[in-house]
Design a protein around this ligand. Sequence first.
Ligand code: PEP
Length: 253
Amino acid sequence: MRKPLFIANWKMNLTVDQNKALVDNIFQLSCINKNVDVVVCPSYTNIPMVSNLVKNSSIVLGAQDVSWEEKGSMTGEVSPRMLQDFSVNYVIVGHSERRGKMGETDEMVNKKVKACLNNNLIPVICVGETGDERREGKTDQVIIRQISKALYNIDLRTVKSIVIAYEPIWVIGTGRAVNAQEAEHVTRVINGVIHDLCHIAGCNMEDFVTILYGGSVTSDNVRYFVKENIDGVLVGGASLEAQEFCNIIKALS
Ligand code: PEP
């Protein structure tokens, strides 16, 4: 197994001062060590400040979204190049909140994944089923569709790194994670799709794909998820408290 990867998605929750205090507290708790990879994803307005705070540390910077365009008339959008100005390395793409509330489609996700790869940014591609899709027994088919479309027309032989995060929509932010067997099953499906795509393309998925689980991860349940084919976690609510985020990291290191 590779080093566990922890990604904090702070969403639209923190002002600059609050975000600074959170990062300072994480540093004070000294929970980050060479055996783990930690990525933090502030909102756009906090990226410059967080970039400055983490620049001499092992914390890596991520963004919560990106435009698929390089520049131009895209009011409100932020380009890959603009993220690079602040040493952003990872970008969350296709989060269920963007798909569900902002109308992001599989095609838009595909364009954003391409924009990331073309600009040396690692896309964290979020996939997951709604509660209804799960009840209708469509989970596997939704996951297969979302991954195939996100990676459509991309030459996987040229990809250095991508992250796929399995985030069942019906548990996000509920405080109730899926059971570990269910997460294992879906991540096996994810492995299968990528394996098949790699087989067609002539590449080896172990070389560049990291698979995460996300959805109400806490320090109590994290160890049930990160094993075998799950390499780490994407953490929302629990990453907003330094102590709990550190406890999640410590539970695995
Ligand atoms: C998320 O929204 O990416 C997420 C994992 O949220 P939470 O941990 O709060 O369920």
